[in-house]
Ligand binder design. Structure first.
Ligand code: GLN
Length: 453
């Protein structure tokens, strides 16, 4: 814990932490030492972790990196983090993220952008760590924690993991409780870990997962010992390569990485088969209807009355307007406007309802594929390596949304997906591959992921 606290202090330029909790960390580490001495160590005893600022932490400021939650200190603890503390983990502090987890570069945070510890060979250009869990990914990659919590609504665990050479798994929808996690799009949001290795992520997920009566969408199923899946043989497994993911203009190095990953799995005894997920091309547009729709509804609660910041006005309506206009950043306001539009009378059928139907088709594509005996699907995690801060999405938000092209289908279908580091681009930056699994079969992803990493 002391070593990590010192590392955090020395790496403040990365802006990975938005709040450091050294006193609490030392107390928790001391309590862990005592339990170890008494032979009562939990599975994560004494392991120092960073927590994405989207998870409510009791008595510790939680803002979702939005000005509208300025000064909010929750009187309760999220289920996921309470399970980590139950198992002995230590809180180092709260990690930066895109405001309300909306973004793919961690540039929308009210605390400013996070810097990726990686640089292009021979260049000083500061790169994004990906988003929205950019603080988590950057902190893990730079050794500012042993592991971190993250959340994934459309790729926010897997894309930053790929950009920083770390491992990120988004479990099946319902695997982890969403209770106490600031809601973005409730039917898509899932928590998961970002860690340095597949084994570390398996160990962390076991503590994070499990049924919680406080989240009606969390599933009552035993949590397997994920770590025992690491190193398990993948011989005879059928792995799908979806032809629709071979998008126009895919960089040759991404194509080569994908082929390399397939070859590694083949060498480990898996059988590679081409599969088709015909509705893939509709996933991104449908996601950017469903996610903003749910966000506009979830964000209605920030009214200046019950939480965080308030900007007064001459009457209550003006107070709402002032609070929301000044409290929400540009990307969040854009999502609220899109969401409100697609849900409004006259447009609901044309946009929201249509997007939900597309979502069903996307889910069926995967079901058909798994019905053919496919154990998992291998794809690139991102269409490129990390890009420069300020380089994308300025004039055209859609340019940023395109980052999520390989990851959103997994959330739309509620499936588990893991991103594992698989190689480097020509400039020395990490690149990741993604494995998509059957519902609640995270174990297969850990077994396959370990072959690739
Ligand atoms: N980049 C996507 C978005 O902005 C996904 C974000 C996420 O997974 N939280 O919506």
């Amino acid at each position: 814990t002391d070593a990590h606290l010192a590392a955090i202090e020395a790496a403040r330029v990365l802006n990975a932490y938005v709040l450091e909790t050294p006193e609490q960390a030392r107390n928790m580490a001391k309590a862990a030492d005592d339990r170890i001495a008494k032979g009562e160590a939990g599975p994560l005893e004494g392991l120092p972790l960073g927590i994405k600022d989207l998870f409510a932490t009791k008595g510790v400021r939680t803002t979702a990196c939005s000005k509208i939650l300025d000064g909010f200190t929750p009187p309760y603890e999220s289920t996921v983090t309470s399970q980590l503390w139950r198992d002995g983990a230590v809180l180092l502090g709260k990690l930066n993220n895109d405001e309300f987890a909306m973004g793919s570069s961690n540039e929308t945070s009210c605390f400013g952008p996070v810097v990726n510890p990686w640089r292009r060979d021979g260049s000083d250009t500061k790169l994004v760590p990906g988003g929205s869990s950019g603080g988590s990914a950057s902190a893990v990659a730079a050794g500012l924690c042993l592991g971190a919590t993250a959340t994934d609504t459309g790729g926010s665990i897997r894309q930053p993991a790929a950009f920083t050479g770390t491992v990120g798994i988004k479990p099946t929808y319902g695997r982890c409780s969403r209770w106490g996690i600031v809601a973005f799009a409730s039917s898509l949001d899932q928590a998961g870990p970002i860690a340095r290795t597949v084994r570390d992520s398996a160990i962390l997920l076991r503590s994070m997962a499990g049924h919680d009566p406080k989240d009606t969408t969390s599933v009552d199923r035993a949590v397997p010992d994920y770590e025992s899946a690491v190193g398990r043989s993948v011989k005879g497994m059928k792995i799908g390569i979806p032809k629709e993911y071979r998008i126009d203009g895919m960089p040759a190095e991404i194509e080569a990485l994908w082929k390399q990953g397939a070859d590694w799995l083949k060498a480990a005894g898996a059988e590679l088969v081409e599969v088709s997920l015909p509705h893939t091309k509709y996933a991104l547009p449908a996601y950017y209807i469903v996610a903003p729709a749910e966000a506009s509804s979830n964000l209605a609660r920030y009214d200046g009355v019950r939480y965080g910041a308030r900007v007064n006005g001459r009457n209550i309506t003006e107070m709402y307007e002032n609070t929301r206009a000044q409290g929400f950043g540009a990307e969040v306001r854009r999502r609220i406007m899109i969401g409100t539009y697609v849900l409004s009378a006259g447009y609901y059928d044309a946009y929201y309802l249509r997007a939900q139907k597309v979502r069903t088709l996307i889910k069926r594509d995967f079901e058909d594929c798994f019905a053919q005996g496919v154990s998992a699907i291998l794809t690139p995690a991102t269409p490129s390596a990390a890009f420069g801060i300020g380089e994308k999405g300025g004039a055209d938000p859609v340019e940023m949304y395109l980052n999520d092209i390989f990851t959103v289908t997994v959330n739309m279908a509620g499936l588990p997906g893991i991103a594992v580091p698989a190689g480097k681009d020509a400039q020395g930056l990490p690149l990741g591959l993604q494995l998509i699994g059957r519902p609640f079969d995270e174990e297969t992803l850990f077994s396959l992921g370990e072959v690739i990493e």
